[in-house]
Design a protein around this ligand. Sequence first.
Ligand code: PLP
Length: 382
Amino acid sequence: MNPKPDTAAVTAGRPPQLVGKPVVTPVHREVTHEFASAAEFAAVMEDASRGYLYSRIRSPNTDELAAAVAALENAEAAHCFASGMAAISAGLELLAPAGVRVIAARQLYGQTYSLLRARGDTAFVDATDTEAVRAALHGAGLLYVETIANPQLTVPDLPAVIAAAHAAGARVMVDNTIATPIGCRPLEHGADLVVHSATKFLNGHADVLAGVAAGSAELIALLAERALDTGATLGPDAAWLVRRGLKTLHLRIERSAANAGRIAAYLDGHPRVTVARYPGLAGDVSHAVAGRLLNSPGGLVVFDVGGERAGAFAVMDACRLCVRATSLGGVETSISHPASTSHRQLSADELEAASLSEGTLRLSVGIEHVDDLLADLAAALA
Ligand code: PLP
């Protein structure tokens, strides 16, 4: 029977089942799947047969990305979210619902800091001071830290603070965005949940917004259920891009960290720089812990040119190769001013407590030739 044009417009041209399969998973833009029978449909709905129903639940692309991140983080399971903040809020709602006291690092990404501050029952401590963390944990249900803090680049003694939290009956959530699983796998040190802004190094190309949480199958199943309610689902195109980016994560981190090490050493000796921070620098406050904990000190470098905002802006404006942009973890080197961008939510006192100033600049070091980057910074600081 020849369908009428209205019907053909909807149904014609569907491909037959083929022998062989693509080497790379295609982008699965379909929202819904068709079944041969009502019984098959019901079996997939009940999880009795493996299949896909509706892309707010799961899609082949988010499943592939989740499985890849779980493998990299050595986790039982992972779940993808529409952004890093969506993964963080979902994790916080699950592990610290209203009424549960949170102890959080003072050294955190600005949006996470303001999210935790808004709860009203969060106490912020210097996460590099294990005794201060231990002392604060009494009565807390959750400890929240970043493996390498953005942008202080401090590294908490993860095994020690995790053990202290567990001894106090608290669970531990770790944002592993800056360290990446190439640098550290917090679950292996006992963390309960790891979260990522996959927008950053996991994807690596500044062209997608995404988040992932990884942990036990039990916790991830609960998170997935909540994501179904809130709809903070990652779309298939974004999942596909992050999965592709992940393939070169180790190579990009290796190159970024090698470049960052050279740049940090240069800045550390520069007369205009009052402080250079990089966990790989011998004199850095976190060098010893980083040496024990991290397989790579990562691709971020922070430096302070002292003085007012105008001095830091002048350095940024003089850069020709480093791009003036927020975010981080892309293949291009970017420079930003945390006090006016990622940490603008902090008051002057909070900035000081977080070891940031109007003269602080953050570099996310990319994979360009290091000589070109050093020349750009030398000219900007001249
Ligand atoms: N965590 C860290 C350490 C970040 O740097 C960021 C963003 O800069 C986020 C979380 C939030 O991620 P997203 O922008 O993907 O929501």
